[in-house]
Design a protein around this ligand. Structure first.
Ligand code: UDX
Length: 447
């Protein structure tokens, strides 16, 4: 089977879509994976996946993240994508069995219909997020989405844990019209594919199943036959700094806090300084990813004077990490995370270390609630009402996470989540079954 994958041109979205594609390669599928030039770099081919580049007007990485400009960049890809699909339909020996499109690419429905190709949606987050998205009309009619009290408790969403209004995904709070379009579009798809596990999210999955076919075929990292890409074959805009792996080799097991805010979150310079002072005060070794665009300033301008000098023996700051390898390193003992879905899943598969949650945007606040309230695999950093995190809060939470009994408890719970994921990939396990039915369903649709 030959499948065309179309992600939103953002690092986190590309990573989830690629993880699913790589897992399906081990089942004998081949892929054309569509990228914009900024993400494609020199990547051309990886084990059954051919990367095709399409033109776009601008890059989602040009400035700090803005959802609506990203969606308009996505729109600009459409003509190039249509041309590519046309070419593949005419020239590819295998034809095109189906399109797997990112849930944010709502025009993919029209294109799939126009070319008569089945379409699946790759849902770039978890089932909780989609269960909430499906419930938006009811939330809107109850006045819970727009301008309401952000502290109000919402416990009426089927399959979803009780949440404060402020913890709803941003797509729901800030873009309800787009959310409506996305949901309508999903209902016309052959099904929704998730990088999650039924045992992690059985309640929201049950709710979603009432309205559309679901395939929770994750975590792809633990799927039999899954092969990780070498550094130079990963699509991305930032080069991995692999020197951190040798640095980690010099540190004792479970001693290092890995600090990363994913690919989109930004922070004020003052907040970065406060975080730096908190990390220093914690006394814990740390590996901190400071992306070149996280504070739109150079690292030296951002950090407190002499910070590098003072923390030289136990702190390392890099621009972009080989995250999977960092998480798999024995020296890493805790993860200060923005709670992106990839990062959570990667930690549960690779490191299973306790998580210190500092959500920023998207559905990250919801993910933090899931980690803290339901799974009890993380604790949350205390924020003031205006979102400010004090250095004292950082130092205290890091100590608790890395040295206290609380950390041990969180680690045990994370390990249980990993066990659930491993079982899902054993014969007869849920991810195995969903994967087989996905493959069978694609075959049925494309013949
Ligand atoms: C956002 C959302 O928050 C996330 O939930 C959604 O599913 C995708 O978009 P993002 O900020 O990109 O995500 O975070 P995350 O989902 O964690 O993805 C970041 C990816 O970048 C991960 O795959 C991680 O391994 C990778 N990464 C991050 C690196 O390779 N190196 C780094 O230094 C940091």
């Amino acid at each position: 089977m030959h499948i065309v994958v179309l992600p939103l041109p953002l690092q986190g979205h590309v990573n989830i879509c690629l993880a699913i594609a790589k897992m399906l390669v081990s089942q004998g599928c081949s892929f054309t994976f569509v990228l914009t030039q900024d993400l494609a770099g020199n990547v051309a081919q990886h084990q059954g996946i051919h990367f095709a580049t399409v033109a776009s007007h601008g890059s989602c990485f040009a400035d700090s993240f803005d959802h609506s400009s990203c969606l308009s960049i996505m729109k600009s890809i459409r003509p190039g994508f249509e041309e590519l699909l046309q070419k593949l339909l005419l020239s590819s020996e295998a034809g095109v069995s189906c399109i797997m499109a990112d849930s944010y690419v709502t025009w993919s429905r029209e294109v799939a219909a126009q070319f008569g190709v089945p379409r699946y949606v790759l849902y770039v987050s978890n089932a909780h997020t989609l269960a909430i998205a499906l419930h938006v009309p009811s939330l809107v009619s109850q006045g819970l989405v727009h301008g309401g009290d952000p502290g109000i408790l919402i416990d009426c969403i089927p399959g979803v844990l009780p949440l404060r209004a402020r913890d709803l995904p941003q797509s729901v709070r800030l873009m309800p019209e787009f959310n409506k379009e996305m949901v309508k579009d999903m209902h016309k798809a052959a099904g929704a594919i998730f990088n999650t596990v039924e045992g992690w999210e059985s309640n929201p999955l049950k709710t979603i199943k009432e309205t559309l076919p679901v395939y929770p075929v994750g975590p792809s990292l633990l799927a039999p036959g899954f092969v990780e890409s070498p550094s130079k074959e990963k699509p991305g805009v930032w080069a991995e700094d692999r020197s951190c792996l040798a640095w980690l080799d010099t540190l004792p097991p479970s001693s290092v806090l890995y600090v990363s805010f994913g690919s989109l979150a930004t922070m004020s310079i003052d907040q970065m300084r406060e975080l730096a002072e908190g990390l220093e005060a914690s006394g814990q070794p740390f590996l901190w990813v400071v992306r070149s665009n996280i504070a739109n300033s150079s690292v030296d301008d951002v950090l407190p004077q002499d910070f590098g000098e003072r923390t030289r023996d136990r702190g390392l700051i890099i621009r972009w990490a080989p995250q999977l390898e960092v998480l798999a390193h024995a020296a890493v003992g805790g993860f200060l995370t923005h709670c992106g879905w990839n990062s959570i899943v990667e930690n549960l598969c690779k490191a299973c270390v306790p998580m210190l949650c500092w959500p920023h945007l998207g559905e990250q606040r919801l993910n933090a609630r899931l980690l803290v309230d339901e799974w009890k695999a993380g604790i949350e950093l205390v924020q003031d009402d205006d979102g400010w995190v004090k250095k004292e809060a950082v130092a205290k939470a890091v100590k608790e996470l890395m040295r206290g009994e609380v950390g041990e408890c969180l680690r045990d719970n994370a390990l249980r989540l990993k066990e659930t994921a491993c079982l899902a990939w054993q014969e007869g396990g849920s991810s195995c079954r969903y994967l087989q039915s996905l493959i069978q369903d694609i075959k049925n649709l494309s013949t």
